[in-house]
Design a protein around this ligand. Structure first.
Ligand SMILES: Cc1cc2nc3c(=O)[nH]c(=O)nc-3n(C[C@H](O)[C@H](O)[C@H](O)COP(=O)(O)OP(=O)(O)OC[C@H]3O[C@@H](n4cnc5c(N)ncnc54)[C@H](O)[C@@H]3O)c2cc1C
Length: 369
């Protein structure tokens, strides 16, 4: 018997399991052969503190110190490397730029000439202006995931892969988790199943929350010859129609699609790739001969686009850690700490103000009628 069973070994489940294992006997269950195979392994790996609503921004900010100063022995690699974000608009998007600047006064205004200087493939005369956010960066997602897995193992946490949960039944104060060949039990289950979080709730006869997985596509393109792209910013359309950034010597491009999907092993769609290329080539001058790699993943959103962290209002011992949307990596340390606090009923210190301020906004009970 375990204290807590965490379902899903993406970044949400792995980080929470690692935090919980310091004080509880934890079992982490993953359907696939290894952790991080779905949304977590397919992200654009960017840390954008101005992205998402105020709650998302708060929990992202609560994660920054972990990325900058992880615990001793967590990793040998920097988890967060500086990379500016540059929001751009054509002349017809002037209003969107003005609104963004009003909401984020710390962003630095950039002229059309500045944009071409920063990213020389930008076609002169197409983009009118930009806003520079100098506080973002690239995340090393694999180092974060592996670091948490190591921490989890050091704390005697147990991970079982190829162990998809097939059924969940609450009986006499315990959750009985059906894995097919055997049943494991715990007083608490944590639903960190990403795109499958509502399906896992349904297995437990818990009311789903209306989480919607949305497909997002990404492709890798060859960088222009003899140009050092390493220090280019993440360049993002102010209305989120596309973005691109350097990725290990190549250009990672996304059409920023959000196509609702059933939970599945998402694949890149030809039409989304064509849309990405069309939007990209309107703005840049680049001779694209081929696409080096393509993929898609599911970003799963609650109806209000805010995270869902907390005990279900009806089902005893059923804890939600879901709805990470497009911000699940950058907010993982904060979310894992918040989950630990709510699950183990620890006291939040003054330094944890950001977490305390988020408790109500992320509670699943906000959806109860
Ligand atoms: C193209 C793209 C770009 C992105 N860019 C960024 C970015 O720049 N920055 C950022 O912070 N975020 C980004 N995201 C979002 C981020 O990837 C997600 O928010 C995050 O990975 C979600 O993590 P998760 O653990 O909730 O889900 P997942 O990683 O999907 O993990 C859920 C796990 O649950 C398992 N599971 C499901 N059902 C069961 C079951 N019945 N039993 C056992 N296990 C089960 C699945 O196999 C899966 O491994 C991006 C996403 C995409 C697709």
């Amino acid at each position: 018997m375990y204290d807590i069973i965490v379902i899903g070994a993406g970044i949400a489940g792995v980080s929470a399991a690692a935090e919980l294992a310091a004080d509880a006997k934890v079992l982490l269950l993953e359907l696939e052969a290894r952790p991080g195979m779905h949304a977590t392994g397919r992200s654009a790996a960017y840390y954008a503190p101005t992205y998402g609503n105020a709650v998302v921004q708060n929990l992202t900010a609560a994660s920054e110190s972990f990325f900058r100063r992880p615990p001793a022995g967590f990793t040998d690699n920097p988890l967060l490397r500086p990379r500016d974000a540059l929001f751009v608009g054509t002349p017809v998007q002037a209003l969107s730029i003005a609104e963004m600047q009003a909401e984020n006064p710390s962003l630095i205004a950039m002229s059309a000439e500045d944009l071409v200087r920063r990213v020389p493939i930008v076609k002169p005369g197409v983009l009118a202006q930009g806003l520079l956010d100098p506080v973002g960066g690239d995340l090393d997602v694999d180092a974060i995931l592996q670091g948490y897995l190591r921490l989890y193992q050091q704390r005697d946490g147990e991970l079982r892969t190829r162990s998809g949960v097939k059924g969940l039944r609450y009986h006499e104060g315990l959750w009985h988790v059906d894995l097919g060949a055997e049943t494991v039990t715990a007083a608490i289950v944590v639903n960190a199943a990403g795109a499958w979080a509502d399906s896992v709730a349904a297995l437990a006869a818990v009311k789903p929350l209306g989480l919607v997985p949305k497909r997002r596509t990404a492709i890798l393109l060859k960088a222009p010859p003899s140009v050092d792209i390493a220090d280019w910013p993440l360049l993002i359309d102010v209305d989120e129609q596309f973005y691109f950034k350097p990725d290990a010597g190549q250009i990672l491009l996304s059409p920023a699609d959000e196509t609702p999907s059933v939970p599945c092993d998402a694949q890149a769609d030809e039409l989304d790739i064509a849309v990405a290329m069309d939007r990209f080539l309107r703005v840049v001058d680049l001779d694209v001969q081929s696409i080096n790699h393509r993929w898609a993943g599911l970003r799963t959103f609650a109806p209000d686009k805010t995270f869902v962290v907390g005990f279900d209002g009806q089902a005893k011992g059923f804890f939600w850690l879901a709805g990470q949307g497009g911000y699940g990596v950058q907010s993982a340390p904060g979310m894992a700490n918040l989950a630990r606090h709510l699950l183990l009923k620890t006291t939040l210190s003054a330094a944890d103000k950001r977490l305390r301020d988020s408790v109500e906004a992320v509670a699943p009970t906000r959806f109860s009628t």
